[in-house]
Design a binder for this molecule. Structure first.
Ligand SMILES: Cc1ncc(COP(=O)(O)O)c(C=O)c1O
Length: 514
């Protein structure tokens, strides 16, 4: 179906070497520790990750790594190293700079999980081909260098597409569009052109953890976390709610640590919460950003994956007036909404021509082939098919899958959050952690993995409360059924440890609407 990150979204039948998958999780954990600013208000988790463990990464693989890390579970996190600290990495790769070695390390560790998954993929159905006959045309002009922003015919289609689906009050303009190979590249390009090395973006947690790499690996830009929690403080509040007060506090903290903050990243619909910002909330955050002259990157890659109309999603581009249009940059991609993460198509919409041009300049390295640009234009202009066939079917499938997993969780008495958008449910498994630590979170994650269920644990999203997990439901019914059966088995084995959880933890968050 529409899974775009198969490793996270699917239930692999037989991961041959858990160690490879473990490495991926270790990477997330490590990246977050390395490149986000240290958190002040709660103590750093005891973890197997840290520079000591990382040093081993250069020379150990697979099971060695796992053994090494599990031995270090009870060690405290050492002082955080600086970005690109060469002592963190194996000195063996002498062809590369310290920065190059770090970049290679990410590949070796994080990507190995995907390679392992694809070697042993659980997918008995071949995906039907998306192509129509008119998708295959090869014009000579498509084989030549083009405008690095993207061919005009494609930018025109993107502008029309976004005007329609974002419901912009006035038609969006092709000159404000840049197309490139995916949302990840766009984060990387924007970080590089908006920030000096070492500067930071504010980002509310929990957040899609790979953004840490996206802004750091080329741009050497850090993330200053706005830590949110599940506590509901009033009638109008919801768990993990972002407020201007929290933004102000995080900004002050970053400044007090001598970190210059250049922008704010908002993901809407949110990954991993599935949360949606109301237009009023969006407006408040944008006004906050304007007050501090901060850029805002609004990541709307799940914009068409809102499967509950009542969720009331509104694109930032639908707002009547943007408080600071020159500092508001909107991102969309086909990876999620069209389930085509392998195609590598992303787009920036910004009224700031300096930013558009600087990003376009980097498109020399991140640009799309003319053939893909042609195919994308064909797809985006096929409005009848998108509206009458694709979106209704996609939303119906997402809704059915979501309903199934939600009901299973309710039957198990497990609290969760979800608001009818995205591919995931944010699940509260805190009652399964006797001491409520990140080590226990990791152990529970490993137990799921040992039972062939690959979930994402909260620490990978820089969640400050141990025990939250992201369940991806965008999969076929029989696979979800098998996955939930395995989840039940794991939790049944763990249920006896849930003794007397603190009242705030046992309470089901009120925001269970879909
Ligand atoms: C919120 C969010 N933004 C961006 C991306 C990256 O998208 P792409 O695959 O287009 O690089 C992802 C991928 O999971 C995502 O979840």
């Amino acid at each position: 179906m529409i899974s775009s990150y198969p490793l996270h979204h699917k239930t692999p039948r037989t991961p041959r070497r858990c160690s490879a998958l473990t490495q991926e999780i270790l990477t997330w954990h490590l990246v977050i520790e390395m490149f986000t600013l240290p958190q002040k208000d709660f103590s750093a988790p005891t973890t197997c990750l840290g520079p000591t463990c990382l040093q081993d990464l250069g020379s150990s693989h697979g099971d060695d790594l796992e053994g090494e890390c599990s031995r270090k579970l009870d060690q405290k996190l050492p002082e955080l190293p600086g970005v690109g600290d060469s002592a963190m990495l194996s000195p063996d790769t002498s062809y590369l700079s310290s920065r190059g070695r770090m970049i290679k390390w990410f590949w070796d560790s994080a990507e190995e999980g995907y390679r392992t998954y694809h070697m042993d993929e659980y997918d008995e159905n071949k995906n039907p081909s998306l192509s129509q006959s008119d998708m295959q045309r090869v014009e000579p002009s498509l084989l030549q260098y083009a405008d690095w922003r993207g061919h005009l015919f494609l930018r025109e289609e993107v502008a029309k597409f976004l005007s329609f689906y974002c419901k912009s009050p006035a038609p969006l303009r092709p000159e404000n569009v840049v197309v490139l190979n995916g949302g990840a590249s766009l984060f990387s390009a924007l970080a590089t052109v908006l920030c000096e090395a070492g500067e930071a973006f504010l980002i509310p947690t929990p957040y899609y953890g790979a953004i840490t790499q996206h802004v750091c690996l080329y741009g050497n830009v850090r993330l200053a976390c706005v830590y949110l929690d599940s506590e509901v403080t009033g009638l109008d509040t919801r768990p993990f709610q972002l407020t201007v007060e929290k933004l102000e506090m995080a900004l002050r903290e970053a400044h007090s640590e001598g970190v210059k903050v250049k922008g704010l990243i908002l993901i809407n619909p949110q990954n991993p919460l599935g949360d949606i910002y109301s237009p009023e909330e969006l407006q408040e955050y944008l006004v906050f950003a304007k007050r501090h002259k901060l850029h805002v990157i609004v990541d709307e890659v799940y914009m068409l994956s809102v499967f509950e109309e009542s969720a009331g999603y509104r694109s930032v581009l639908s707002l009547e007036r943007l408080p600071d249009p020159q500092r508001t940059h909107v991102m969309w991609a086909t990876s999620k909404d069209f389930g085509m993460s392998g195609l590598r198509f992303g787009t920036l919409y910004t009224e700031n021509q300096d930013v558009a041009t600087a990003v376009a300049s980097l498109c020399r390295y991140h640009g799309l082939s003319g053939l893909v640009q042609y195919q994308m234009a064909q797809l985006l202009r096929d409005r009848d098919w998108i509206n009458q066939v694709y979106l209704p079917e996609n939303h119906a499938r997402l809704k059915a899958a979501h309903t199934y997993v939600s009901e299973e969780l309710r039957a198990l008495g497990i609290p969760f959050l979800s608001r009818g958008a995205g591919f995931f449910i944010w699940v509260d498994l805190r009652k399964y952690l006797p001491k409520g630590t990140f080590e226990e979170e990791m152990l529970l994650w490993r137990r799921f993995l040992d039972n062939k269920v690959l979930l994402s644990f909260g620490k990978a999203f820089e969640c400050k409360e141990p025990g939250w997990f992201r369940f991806v439901f965008s999969d076929q019914a029989h696979r979800l059924c098998l996955g939930m059966q395995r989840v039940r088995q794991v939790l049944a084995g763990k249920s006896q440890v849930a003794e007397d959880p603190p009242s705030s933890q046992s309470q089901e968050p009120s925001d269970q609407r879909r």
